[in-house]
Design a protein around this ligand. Structure first.
Ligand SMILES: *Cc1c(COP(=O)(O)O)cnc(C)c1O
Length: 380
């Protein structure tokens, strides 16, 4: 069955990406691979506006987060964790598992993290080694202003800033070097428009120095061991890399690096929101400043959002529901891929049909057409 994937990972991939993934394999110890890998790293550098190389793990985003935790936290570290949802909580949990002493700051789901909240926490807990932030909280559709948050930190010795960029990189600007991020984790299957399976980690110079002076509690996710191979003039990987996914990522980055890409995500988010609000849905993030360009969370005041999700699924559109305490309360529609007007009108048309019961309409033109379509499909 064909699904139109509107989930916040995985996202629809293009033909170019599929074709690249299907390319004949090359050996990962040869010169051809090194050259390809350098070129891929160059694209990632362009995206992050940094010269530094990115470590790529065969893992999902959680593996990349775990790598940050394993390399920078442990029983000897004091960590301030700021969370505004399920994924902030998960980064906290991963880090706590290393035995780190945690100071937890919670922001209400649906709200963004304000710079003053973080600067106060850092001020009140001097000597913290690490600060955990989430750029895009996928469970609520919040994009946090990481650049403003870091700029507002108290002057002087500051903690290493580790950022979960799993659902933001590729969809929104994320310039770790310019902004002062020390460790950034992301993954292939959201803003990077690639099939699932790659976890990416970027580190600042300061973070590389800190990592070199610590003992990592993981062998596979040891960043310093990765660096020995990846930072060579003819780079390779310490272990067998999923080369086909690298090919796919390389092709997908061409879309993300195109002029106007970030503006396009924002425009799609705004247009979808305008249409959904006109249909009676409510954006879960009331402060527009914090709305994600990659995923939009909607509620159906007075109505059953689960029924809308189910109805969309029957029409072939796969959206996501709420997570954690928001289970059953939200619908999340992702728009990381190249959503243009035809896709927006398709999504809104389906939403119009799916939400007819919310408006006490027994039917509407799209629902009627769909009934005929379904009837004919069954007769055939
Ligand atoms: C999806 C997501 C994760 C988890 O990534 P996996 O690839 O599923 O392991 C972590 N953080 C954020 C913000 C996410 O959106």
């Amino acid at each position: 069955m064909n699904e139109y994937l509107l989930t916040p990972g995985p996202v629809p991939t293009t033909r170019d990406v599929s074709l690249a993934e299907a390319r004949e394999l090359i050996g990962h110890r040869g010169a051809v691979f090194s050259e390809f890998f350098l070129n891929l790293e160059e694209k990632l550098s362009k995206l992050l506006r940094s010269e530094g190389r990115t470590v790529i793990f065969p893992s999902s985003g959680t593996g990349a987060l775990e790598s940050l935790a394993a390399n920078f936290t442990g029983p000897d570290t004091k960590v301030i964790s700021v969370s505004c949802g399920v994924f902030g909580d998960r980064f906290r949990e991963i880090t706590a598992q290393t035995g780190a002493r945690m100071i937890n700051i919670d922001v209400e789901p649906g709200s963004g993290v304000r710079p003053e909240t973080v600067s106060r926490a850092v001020f009140e807990h001097p000597g913290a080694d690490v600060l955990l932030l989430t750029q895009n909280e996928t469970s609520t559709g919040v994009l946090n202003p990481i650049d403003e948050i870091i700029a507002a930190l108290p002057k002087g010795e500051r903690p290493l800033v580790l950022v979960d960029g799993v659902s933001s990189v590729g969809a929104a600007p994320c310039y770790p070097e310019e902004w002062g991020i020390d460790g950034l984790a992301t993954a292939s299957q959201k803003g990077l428009l690639t099939p699932p399976g790659l976890g990416l980690v970027w580190l600042s110079e300061r973070a590389w120095d800190v990592a070199a002076g610590r003992k990592c509690c993981s062998y596979y996710f040891d960043l310093v061991r990765q660096r020995k191979y990846i930072f060579k003039d003819r780079p390779e990987n310490p272990y067998t890399p999923p080369v086909s996914l690298y090919f796919a990522l390389d092709a997908a980055l061409n879309s993300v690096l195109a002029d106007g890409w970030f503006e396009g995500r924002r425009r799609a988010a705004d247009a979808l929101t305008a249409g959904a609000e006109a249909l009676g849905f409510k954006h879960f993030v009331s402060d527009k400043k914090f709305r994600s360009p990659g995923v939009t969370a909607l509620t159906a005041p007075g109505g059953d959002i689960q029924a809308v999700i189910k109805s969309l699924r029957e029409m072939g559109l796969e959206t996501a529901g709420g997570q954690g305490s928001l289970k059953g309360k939200l619908m999340r529609i992702a728009h990381y891929h190249d959503v243009r007007w035809p896709e927006i009108s398709l999504i809104l048309g389906s939403l119009f049909a799916a939400s007819a019961p919310l408006r006490n309409e027994r039917e509407n033109f799209i629902a009627s057409a769909f009934a005929v379509w379904e009837g004919e499909r069954h007769e055939r």
